[in-house]
Design a protein around this ligand. Structure first.
Ligand SMILES: [Zn+2]
Length: 210
């Protein structure tokens, strides 16, 4: 398997390419920006894009999705509870002072429990509302890997002061849906360095129960 994670755009959102060399297929998670670079890399690797997966509809994660879809024909998948955020893309661009990217409703929905991704390496969708109402994490069980979007960071959690954010809800999502995963599960957050479920359970200051 090919797993490449690199930050894109002004907010340095972690974009991930996950590819199966044997099958010649890939998925891309959170193509927020720098679509030319992402598309070039897929071409270099000789991989056909099968799905574009969006952890949540903040501009830094979803901003380039439609452009990538037009270049590759791959469908965009997102949780339906973030549809209201797509509709305020202009406002989101205003928060950052950048141009409004074109956005379109997803082709399919990331519902809790659904299996998505590559046949050789499926991911289970875990709905983790709180940062936004439609935030999801993608659990690649065969890889012991969780792509966490902006729900869980190394030593921190996603902000909840933007529209659709709810502090109690994000804590509950992490406590009930993510911390039960095995300690050795590698976590790729939406921004910043990777971590593990064990390390966050142990030392994340937002998750202390006492
Ligand atoms: Zn976000």
């Amino acid at each position: 398997m090919i797993i490449e994670t690199f930050p894109v755009g002004p907010l340095q959102c972690n974009c991930t390419i996950l590819g199966d060399e044997q099958a010649g297929e890939a998925i891309v998670i959170d193509p927020g920006d720098e679509i030319g670079r992402i598309h070039r890399r897929l071409t270099e690797l000789g991989l056909k894009l099968k799905q574009i997966l969006i952890t949540h509809a903040h501009i830094d994660h979803v901003g380039g999705a439609l452009k990538l879809k037009r270049l590759t024909g791959a469908p965009i998948l997102m949780n339906e509870s973030d549809l209201p955020l797509l509709k305020i893309m202009e406002m989101q661009a205003g928060w950052l002072g950048i141009a409004t990217p074109e956005a379109a409703p997803p082709d399919d929905v990331l519902t809790d429990g659904l299996n998505v991704g590559l046949e050789s390496c499926p991911a289970q969708v875990i709905h983790t509302p709180g940062h936004t109402q439609g935030s999801v994490c993608l659990h690649f069980v065969p890889l012991n890997l969780l792509v966490a979007g902006d729900t869980l960071f190394a030593g921190s959690i996603g902000r909840t002061d933007l529209p659709g954010g709810d502090y109690g809800q994000i804590i509950n999502s992490i406590q009930t849906r993510l911390l039960p995963l095995p300690d050795e599960t590698k976590v790729l957050p939406g921004h910043g360095p990777a971590t593990t479920i064990g390390a966050e359970r142990e030392s994340n200051p937002f998750l202390r129960t006492t």
